[in-house]
Design a protein around this ligand. Structure first.
Ligand code: GAR
Length: 195
């Protein structure tokens, strides 16, 4: 049985788009449906992209709201879509303990760096600035911390010789786009076998 996923974004939504494409014509076709794309920012470009894709979209602005109260609203809204998984794709907000409990081991995030060494925003800028030979893109379960949950899979990106941050980001995002759908497929299929 195909699972429902809700994809949470705050901005561009390129990972969301890559996943949505894979559910339509690719490796996620028999694995999951995108039940909804949710954003905490009305101006998130990805909302338009999702709409054009024919995927339902929802937005609850988080600006100025207290975390617990905001997440309660989001949880309430999600009841309508009944997602089996919450897939964070550039969702720039910490989740409250209540939210994490509601979807324990069913919230997944992608982070552009090795989450054991770097958390938060601008992971590519960090790797580039520090002159690292490689960055390690991480897909992990989400807990109450920022980019701290159990690691599911990591893939290395060799950034030696790359001359600008834009070049690093371009290569990194291309890897993220492939990797995220592949890891989601593994997780969902593994969970489905174990029930
Ligand atoms: C991606 O690079 C993702 O790894 C990163 O935000 C970007 C979102 O791009 N996430 C984090 O930094 C989480 N700490 P997108 O909106 O085009 O998918």
């Amino acid at each position: 049985m195909k699972k429902n996923i809700a994809i949470f974004i705050s901005g561009r939504g390129s990972n969301m788009e890559a996943i949505a494409e894979q559910t339509r014509n690719g490796i996620l076709r028999d694995v999951c449906n995108v039940a909804v794309v949710f954003s905490n920012r009305p101006s998130a470009e990805g909302l338009k992209t999702a709409g054009a894709f024919g995927v339902p979209t929802e937005c609850i602005p988080s600006a100025g709201k207290e975390r617990e109260a905001f997440d309660r609203e989001v949880l309430e809204r999600m009841k309508f879509y009944r997602p089996d998984y919450i897939v964070l794709a550039g969702y720039m907000r910490l989740l409250s303990p209540r939210f994490v409990r509601a979807y324990r081991r069913r919230i997944i995030n992608i982070h552009p760096a090795d989450s054991r060494f770097y958390q938060g925003l601008e992971g590519y800028a960090w790797a580039f600035r520090e002159n690292l030979p490689r960055t390690c893109i991480t897909v992990h379960y989400v807990d109450e911390g920022m980019d701290t949950g159990e690691i599911i899979e990591q893939r290395e990106l060799d950034i030696r010789g790359m001359e600008s941050l834009e070049e690093v980001e371009r290569a990194g995002l291309a890897l993220e786009h492939r990797m995220y759908s592949e890891v989601l497929k593994k997780v969902i299929e593994r969970d489905s076998k174990n029930v």
